[in-house]
Design a protein around this ligand. Structure first.
Ligand SMILES: [Zn+2]
Length: 303
């Protein structure tokens, strides 16, 4: 990735290395299971712990004990987030969604307290909390992703993951809100989760399309890195790694092929129109096949 020209966001907070109060985090096998099961995480409302837990604690405590590592990661994250702000501010305007409310991002290590989504250990992977409009990310996740799941820790793969989490923020905003519209139809929970996740991958692709057009961020091999990750975190791949075979009835993020296709479709078209985005939630145009765990729509997935 080439980020020299990228605008830097002011909305990144680096809590890495800081001590925090409360929440005992499990170790060993428990954590591994969570990595495999929840990669890309909780995203929305599936965090452990009571709602409002983070508020009671007032965020991080005792932050003076440690310092974030001086590894340049905050700058990288601020630039990627800055690029998402630039693109989504413009896309909200051109597509008539009103003003774009910028999300925040928190970098953490080991575990984190949110404001409204409870607390979470690193092992859940990056996630978005809609209650505080914040993307939470422990950068060491990417080493796990590469070494244990066969994804990539390359810079654009990381940007794709951030773009996906910001995609969940976009889904949640007034003007364009996939959640409200889709909830009226009460689809089964897994199916609904897959629709949201694949659309978030699509939105990451739309973001990359416009960021590239404006700032020429891509270098050779970047797209391949993101696609390697998109494939690695498909439900079928993760389940095959974890259980030896895949169980389509328990998919909640989409198959490797569908995650790949969603990102690429967003990247190729850059189309953030309501018509296109709503296709992910239109049960007639985009039916869900329970036996394969896949959504069917030629425009979105090629077949
Ligand atoms: Zn997600």
């Amino acid at each position: 990735m080439q980020l020299d020209d990228a605008p830097q966001s002011d909305n990144v907070e680096d809590r890495r290395g800081m001590k925090r109060a409360g929440l005992a985090v499990g170790g060993g096998a428990g954590i591994l299971l969570a990595i495999l099961g929840l990669v890309f995480g909780l995203d929305t409302n599936k965090l452990a712990g009571p709602q409002g837990d983070g508020d009671d604690k007032g965020g991080q405590k005792g932050g003076k004990k440690g310092q974030p590592p001086a590894d340049g990661y905050k700058e990288f994250a601020s630039k990627v987030l800055g690029l998402t702000e630039e693109v989504w501010v413009e896309q909200f305007k051109t597509n008539g969604y009103g003003a774009y409310k910028k999300p925040k991002m928190v970098l953490f290590s080991e575990a984190v307290d949110t404001k409204g989504c409870g607390s979470a250990p690193s092992s859940v992977g990056p996630f978005y909390c809609p209650a505080d409009d914040t993307v939470y990310l422990d950068p060491t996740f990417f080493t796990e992703l590469e070494e244990k799941l066969g994804g990539s820790k390359g810079d654009f793969s990381q940007a794709y993951v951030i773009g996906h989490e910001v995609g969940h923020h976009v889904q949640n905003l007034p003007g364009y809100s996939a959640r409200t519209d889709a909830k009226r139809k009460k689809p089964q929970e897994n199916e609904y989760s897959i629709r949201l996740e694949l659309q978030a991958d699509y939105l990451a692709g739309v973001w990359a399309h416009h960021a590239e057009k404006k700032r020429k961020i891509l270098e050779k091999g970047d797209i391949e890195e993101a696609l390697k990750t998109a494939r690695a975190i498909g439900d079928n791949r993760i389940q095959e790694k974890m259980r030896g075979k895949s169980h389509p009835e328990s998919f909640n993020h989409g198959t490797d092929r569908q995650r790949y296709a969603s990102f690429m479709n967003g990247f190729d078209t850059g189309d953030a129109s309501k018509r296109k985005l709503m296709l992910y939630f239109d049960e007639d145009a985009t039916p869900f096949d329970r036996t394969t765990g896949e959504l069917r729509n030629r425009e979105l997935f090629g077949k």
